[in-house]
Write a protein that binds this ligand. Structure first.
Ligand code: 15L
Length: 272
């Protein structure tokens, strides 16, 4: 692969993690956001553009070796906001990649694409056993992201890897996240694997750390080359002391999307 990796949403939470970690893994970066990225590193290219501006996105994608699409609203919002930023934005990212000849796209999907999927009675949940079952309009935008990725892989031959990210935060802060945490270090390892995997075609994989309590099967992610190194269990004692042992009958723990499946996450409770 020649050319830098174009990262959209580079000023966000995950973007900031990748801006530090991907160069350490050997990748040159072109960081794109709707606001200037703070403190560009030496050698880091930076672009200010709106992901829903297709011509700006095509310009930004020219000469890139791959595209990592993170930009978007990261939780529930109104339908117009989700439809514009997340759905139109993902179309523009993929279409820009196609027009600019970028052969590989890594998409930041989410567990909320399949949020209403129940926890299996036993064993681990594979992606193939968790088809689209969105828990929010945000989840619908991630289902659409995966569908657009599939289309661009089949119709135009792009390699498209969709990462169904769990909870990508500096550390877990709830007992659900003892299962769903994706550590900053593993975020870099997962994206690095998605960029390096030889000819992945179209792939959908969970994005979580090697958490003792995880119930999402990492076999497919490992097949891409992902080797998670972190485990949320080191935070378990403190979190369980503060919040109690998880009640596995509670939807927060019995469904993939956790609290996003509860009434509190009705779109009517959110402003754009
Ligand atoms: C997501 O997709 C969100 O972007 C993030 O804010 C968390 O809510 C995360 O999922 C999660 O499920 O913990």
């Amino acid at each position: 692969m020649t050319g830098p990796v174009l990262v959209t949403g580079a000023a966000g939470l995950i973007g900031t993690v990748l801006r530090r970690g991907l160069p350490e893994a050997g990748w040159a970066l072109r960081s794109l956001d709707v606001v200037p990225v703070p403190e560009p590193r030496p050698g880091e290219e930076h672009v200010v553009a709106d992901i829903t501006d297709l011509s700006a996105m095509v310009e930004a994608a020219r000469g890139a070796g791959a595209l990592v699409h993170l930009a978007g609203i990261a939780s529930e919002s109104t339908w117009p906001a989700i439809a514009h930023t997340n759905i139109e934005g993902t179309y523009c990212a993929l279409e820009a990649a196609r027009r600019a000849g970028v052969g590989r796209v890594v998409l930041a999907s989410s567990n909320h694409a399949t949020g209403y999927t129940p926890r299996p009675d036993g064993g681990l949940l594979r992606e193939v056993d968790a088809p689209p079952r969105p828990d929010t309009y945000y989840g619908v935008s991630k289902v659409t992201m995966e569908a657009l990725g599939s289309l661009y892989a089949d119709r135009y031959g792009l390699d498209v890897v969709c990462l169904r990210i769990g909870s990508a935060f500096p550390e877990p802060t709830t007992t659900r996240q003892l299962s769903t945490w994706l550590s900053p270090g593993d975020t870099v390892r997962l994206v690095d694997a998605a960029l390096r995997a030889p000819s992945p075609g179209f792939a959908v994989v969970w994005g979580v750390s090697a958490n003792t309590r995880t119930w999402w099967d990492l076999t497919a992610a490992r097949a891409l080359g992902y080797r998670p190194a972190d485990d949320a269990e080191v935070y378990a004692e403190a979190l369980v002391a503060a919040h109690g042992e998880p009640d596995l009958a509670d939807p927060v723990h019995s469904r993939v999307g956790g609290e996003f499946t509860t009434a509190a996450f009705d779109s009517g409770n959110f402003d754009a």
